[in-house]
Design a protein around this ligand. Structure first.
Ligand code: OAD
Length: 255
């Protein structure tokens, strides 16, 4: 768990930062009960991404792909945002110069009250037509027929998420890169940082703090790695007091 000393060091970096960005991953929703992808019990331990999360899989078997996404919708609908999501939403309300970037498609940041969210991998609650580009938000957990047909042109609707082999939404990615370039500090929360290009944002950050109970390829490269769960660390960090100013990277303490 994170020590008071580490937390104080992180708060000083935060106090020194004029602008902040946060990159979140599946781990920020873990304490809400949403499975991550790669950890113990992770989705990619039990399911094969190439059968469920690629354009080829959808072309081959759209019904199975939809069943998997509707199963995930049902699971997520039964969860609530946790203290980590809420701390980020509260920070946004109090700070103009903040950008939330997420790899998550679960919608829990929205439900916690975050309003400006750059969704790199799309949104599980958004659907779009594979033919004409029609889009709609939908909280349906079941459909009379799968895949559901587009009300405009009849072609199959698909979940508006990014599948393996697909590019990220161009404008969203450009805004995310700009936000990270302009931020004095990037919080990297609950991501294994293995999926690119999203993980590349950590490399572009001027200064970063990681929040994760496990170590990642970036743990030794960030200014501070806070080893703990987001639902505990984020409220402690973001709702704590402002400390003495420190520039990044923090000075190495002498014995
Ligand atoms: P992963 O499942 O790869 O990693 C989850 C990370 O969350 C791990 O590093 C865990 O240690 C950490 N974690 C677990 N519990 C946590 C907690 N309570 N607080 C903070 N961190 C915790 O998920 P992502 O890195 O988000 O892409 O995965 C990235 C992308 O890979 C996903 O967006 C998805 C997936 O394939 C697509 O579907 C395109």
């Amino acid at each position: 768990m994170v020590s008071e000393r580490e937390l104080a060091a992180a708060r000083r970096l935060l106090a020194a930062a004029g602008s902040l960005a946060a990159l979140t991953g599946a781990g920020v929703s873990a304490e809400s009960g949403v499975p991550t992808f790669r950890g113990p019990g992770g989705l990619w331990r039990n399911f094969r991404p190439e059968e469920l999360a690629t354009p080829e899989a959808f072309a081959r078997d759209p019904r199975t792909v939809w069943e998997w996404y509707l199963w995930r919708r049902g699971l997520i609908a039964a969860t609530e945002p946790n203290a980590g999501h809420r701390a980020l939403a509260a920070w946004e309300q109090q700070h103009e110069r903040f950008t939330l970037i997420t790899q998550n498609v679960d919608g829990l940041h929205d439900r916690a009250g975050s309003r400006r969210i750059l969704k790199l991998h799309g949104d599980l609650w958004q659907e779009r037509c594979s033919g004409c580009g029609y889009q709609r938000r939908n909280r349906a957990l079941a459909y009379p027929a799968l895949p559901p047909p587009c009300p405009d042109c009849g072609a199959p609707l698909r979940p508006s998420v990014v599948w393996f082999g697909e590019p990220l939404p161009r404008m969203v990615w450009a805004e995310a890169e700009r936000a990270v370039a302009q931020a004095d500090l990037l919080l990297v929360v609950g991501t294994a940082a293995q999926v690119y290009p999203a993980a590349g944002l950590v490399e572009q950050a001027r200064c970063a703090i990681e929040v994760n109970p496990a170590s990642t390829p970036f743990s030794s490269r960030v200014a501070l790695a806070l080893t703990g769960p987001a639902g505990e660390v984020l409220p402690a960090l973001l709702t704590g007091g402002r400390d003495k100013i420190t520039t990044c990277p923090p000075p190495i303490p002498t014995a």
